[in-house]
Ligand binder design. Structure first.
Ligand code: PLP
Length: 359
């Protein structure tokens, strides 16, 4: 049975990447060692981390005045690191578009000397849309934080709104390398790796140099400036994760870069949205113009039927389709490495289920 993994993360990786990793697992470049066994100060590892950075710079067209950091702690640690480094004694603005935004807001509020203002929210309708940004926002704020793709709710910022001169900080965990955003529209971007980049345990941060903290942070590991000064090698970085990220970046490049990947992502999403629109059984809970091309929730409106669908789907090899517990129903996460054949197979299965259930 073919397994299609619709997980929201950790998520499917390109098969070619896993095969290369397997072939190099025991003996990396005739070193007689696995990448996992290499010193992070060795020339072999230095080449891996440098190549990973160069490739990411090329893929995202990252300007020279931005630092690329390979850190740990997941996107969730960034919820704290961002305000700690950028907003001490200042005001930070947040757009509340879902569960992950809410967590970012709580983490910032937990800091004594950061003032938090939520400037827009879609909580009134269960985060099923991307809210309008007010015309006037405090131009002296340290930053405005957005979640570019809301993994749980299935909404996304197709375009980045204008916030004037306030630097935009983006949690891009679930759609990094899956949209042609311009890095120069952001002050800082962060992403947990476990969706479009590689294994959990690695977090990528892209930060404009002028935003690096001037004063040392009390905890060195949480200090962007210190991490940047040490080229992400202040301590032992997640070496194997960085190696897999390098392989994934090579794979993205071979797919035609971000442009090639996003064209394919759009095709996959369109197929599924069309199938949902044409169905009498399934519907999308998300407002049309706010829909994510990455995480696609759908429901029947009947919890028992959703449950039956999820059970039957699982038996057919459709893994991790069950919706997040806060939304229910189903959710198909179609990250970059998810094959279009998996979408086609899911649609065929949905049609069959609909027929069998009175559609
Ligand atoms: N932000 C978004 C948009 C996410 O989808 C996730 C989910 O995994 C997180 C943050 C949390 O990431 P982590 O588990 O790496 O802390």
């Amino acid at each position: 049975m073919t397994i299609y993994n619709f997980s929201a993360g950790p998520a499917v990786l390109p098969k070619a990447v896993l095969e290369t990793a397997q072939s190099e697992m025991l003996d990396y470049k005739s070193s007689g060692m696995s990448v996992m066994e290499l010193s992070h100060r060795s020339s072999l590892f230095e080449e891996i981390i440098q190549t990973a950075e160069n490739l990411l710079r090329e893929l995202m067209a990252i300007p020279d005045n931005y630092k690329v950091l390979f850190l740990q702690g997941g996107a969730s640690l960034q919820f704290t690191m961002v305000p700690l480094n950028l907003a001490q004694g200042k005001k930070a603005l947040y757009v509340n578009t879902g569960s992950w935004s809410k967590k970012a807001i709580s983490a910032a509020k937990a800091l004594d000397n950061v003032e938090v203002e939520v400037i827009a929210s879609s909580e009134d309708k269960n985060f099923t849309y991307i809210p309008e940004i007010p015309k006037t926002i405090d131009q002296n704020a340290a930053y405005v934080h957005i979640t570019t793709n809301n993994t749980i709710e299935g909404t996304a910022f197709e375009k980045i709104p204008s916030f004037g001169k306030v630097p935009v900080v983006a949690d891009m965990s679930s759609n990094i390398l899956a949209n042609d955003y311009k890095v120069e529209d952001f002050g800082l971007i962060y992403a947990g790796a476990q969706k479009n980049i590689g294994p959990a345990g690695l977090t990528v941060v892209i930060v404009r140099e002028d935003l690096l903290n001037k004063k040392a942070i009390f905890a060195p590991m949480l200090d962007y400036a210190l991490q940047a000064k040490n080229n992400s090698l202040y301590n032992t970085p997640p070496t194997y994760g960085i190696y897999i990220a390098k392989l994934v970046f090579e794979w993205v490049k071979a797919q035609g870069g971000v442009a090639g990947i996003t064209a394919e992502d759009r095709k996959k999403a369109q197929l599924l949205y069309d199938a949902i629109e044409n169905s009498h059984l399934f519907k999308s809970p998300v407002e049309k113009k706010s829909r994510s091309i990455t995480n696609i929730p759908f429901i029947t409106g009947d919890e028992d039927l959703d449950k039956a669908f999820n059970q039957a789907a699982l038996a057919q090899g459709f893994e991790n389709l069950k919706g997040h517990r806060s939304v229910g129903g189903m959710r198909a996460s179609l990250y970059n490495a998810f094959p279009i054949e998996g979408v086609e197979a899911l649609i065929a299965f949905m049609e069959k289920f609909e027929k069998e259930n009175g559609g």
